[in-house]
Structure formats: structure tokens, C-alpha cells
Design a protein around this ligand. Structure first.
Ligand code: KIV
Length: 268
């Protein structure tokens, strides 16, 4: 078995002050490239509903789809810790039902951990899973599966009352056994305070620079997804334009008879 980044290694990274690098991945080819680039965590996010399937939210994504994408990512990864997001609806049942789903995810995809959205309401489930040695990455703040309850993809934890709610959520999931907590879409000072209060690492997205690590949706990072562009996204590549240019050149060369050339054919 190849040596992967492990859950204890992520905890050591926090203690040593080494930042955790996470990106989302949904298929073998990108997973292999991201793994070769040296990321620590490959998150198979249910954001695939939006960037792969073209849905407006993550809600339609199913467990079978998550398992399908996660197994491809696992095959592409030889170093990173691979985490599968539990899709909307799966974690609403009793802990033993969530456990059955997590066991399926582990057996059928070969990943190393699952991610669950939600704070205090997920405590019982996180406790149950971690007790049975299923490592759980928690996710609080702007949890996209709650988009309708929040009235949109809105920053959470603004104002004293809301900030203490998000703080309580983060403390509760860490206490229940989560090995790390994703902080999404919350004010920078709140994320800094949570990071200081938790022994386990925080991984931020739209939560400022003080978290123990950062995660981005890879299709945002690469400039491939041209739908919503939140303020916290940085493009490290203009991939969308690059792809359009490459395919336009291919189309032009096919239409003008330049491609395929003699070197692309076979002798008799
Ligand atoms: O689904 C996802 O990709 C996520 C990350 C943005 C944290 O939950």
C-alpha cells in the first residue's frame, strides 16, 4: 500500500505550524496532477454537483455519484489523503444509518476519510463514526447543503450572536472527534479565534489567512468554472480561456485540413 498523508500527520502539521494544502478533485487525471503537485488532501467535494454536473446547488448529488468519483480520485492519488464528502440527505438519519453509508464509501472507493456538513446537530453522528474508526472531517460556517435555510450562499458568523453560534459548532464537532474542521465563508477574525481555540486543524475557504490550511474548489483555482466567482477565489490559471483557445485551434485545423498531418497517420 502506498504511503499517504495520514490523519495523525495533519494533526502534527498543526502542532508544527505547517500549513495544510487541500483541493477538490473529481476524477483520475486531475487527482494525479494535484497529487504530483504535492497537495496534502484531495477532497472529493459534492461541489461536483455544480462544477461537473451543472446543477445550481450541491443538493441533487447522490451517494452513488460520490462513490463513483471518489474511487477515480483514489486511483489517481498516491500521496494525498482522500476525503469523500457525504452528500445532502445521507447524514440526516440516525448515526448507524450514516455509518452504513460511510462503510459503503470506504469499501467501494478506498478513500481515507469522510466529510460531513453541520455543527452541533452532527455531534452524535461524528462521535459514532469516529468511535468506529471512520475519520471525519467536519465542515461549519457557510455549509452549501444549507443554502435554502441560509437564503443563499451567504457569509455566516457575522455579529456577536452568529459568531458564537459558529464558534460553538466548531468546538462541538472537534470535541466529538473530527480530525479537522473546514471553516467556510466566515469573517477572518472569527476563523482566527476558532483556529486558536481548537487542537485539531482548521482548513479555511473564504475564512481568511489564519486557518491551519486552505482548500479551494479546483475548477475555481484553475479558472475552469465560470459561473459564480466568490470574492475568496483566486485563479492560478485562466484554464477556461486556455481550453477554449486549444479547442478553437483544433477546430480551425480540422476545418482547414491541417490536422491530422502525415505524422499522425499510420503506414500500411
Ligand atoms: O464540496 C466541496 O467542494 C466543499 C469544499 C468547498 C470545502 O465542501
Amino acid at each position: 500500500m502506498a504511503l499517504h498523508v495520514t490523519v495523525p500527520e495533519l494533526l502534527r502539521m498543526k502542532r508544527d505550524g505547517r500549513r495544510i494544502v487541500a483541493v477538490t478533485a473529481y476524477d483520475f487525471t486531475f487527482a494525479r496532477l494535484f497529487d504530483q503537485a504535492g497537495v496534502d488532501v484531495l477532497l472529493v467535494g459534492d461541489s461536483l454537483g455544480m462544477v461537473i454536473q451543472g446543477q445550481e446547488t450541491t443538493l441533487p448529488v447522490t451517494l452513488d455519484q460520490m462513490i463513483y468519483h471518489t474511487s477515480a480520485v483514489v486511483r489517481g492519488s498516491s500521496n494525498a489523503l482522500v476525503v469523500c464528502d457525504m452528500p445532502f440527505g445521507v447524514c440526516h438519519g440516525p448515526p448507524s444509518v450514516v455509518m452504513d453509508a460511510a462503510v459503503r464509501v470506504f469499501k467501494e472507493s478506498g478513500c481515507h476519510a469522510v466529510k460531513l456538513e453541520g455543527g452541533e446537530r452532527m455531534v452524535e453522528t461524528i462521535r459514532f463514526l469516529t468511535k468506529h474508526h471512520i475519520p471525519v472531517l467536519a465542515h461549519v460556517g457557510l455549509t452549501p447543503q444549507s443554502v435554502h435555510a441560509f437564503g443563499g450562499f451567504k457569509v455566516q458568523g457575522r455579529g456577536e450572536l452568529e459568531a458564537s453560534r459558529v464558534m460553538e459548532d466548531a468546538l462541538a464537532v472537534a470535541e466529538a472527534g473530527a480530525f479537522a474542521v473546514i471553516l467556510e465563508g466566515i469573517p477572518t477574525p472569527l476563523a482566527a479565534a476558532i483556529t486558536k481555540n481548537l487542537e485539531v486543524p482548521t482548513i479555511g475557504i473564504g475564512a481568511g489567512p489564519e486557518c491551519d490550511g486552505q482548500v479551494l474548489v479546483s475548477y475555481d483555482l484553475l479558472g475552469l468554472f465560470e459561473g459564480i466567482r466568490p470574492r475568496f477565489v483566486k485563479h492560478y490559471l485562466e484554464g477556461g480561456q486556455g481550453v477554449r483557445d486549444a479547442v478553437s485551434r483544433f477546430a480551425l485545423e480540422v476545418r482547414t485540413g491541417i490536422f491530422p498531418g502525415p505524422e499522425h497517420g499510420f503506414d500500411s
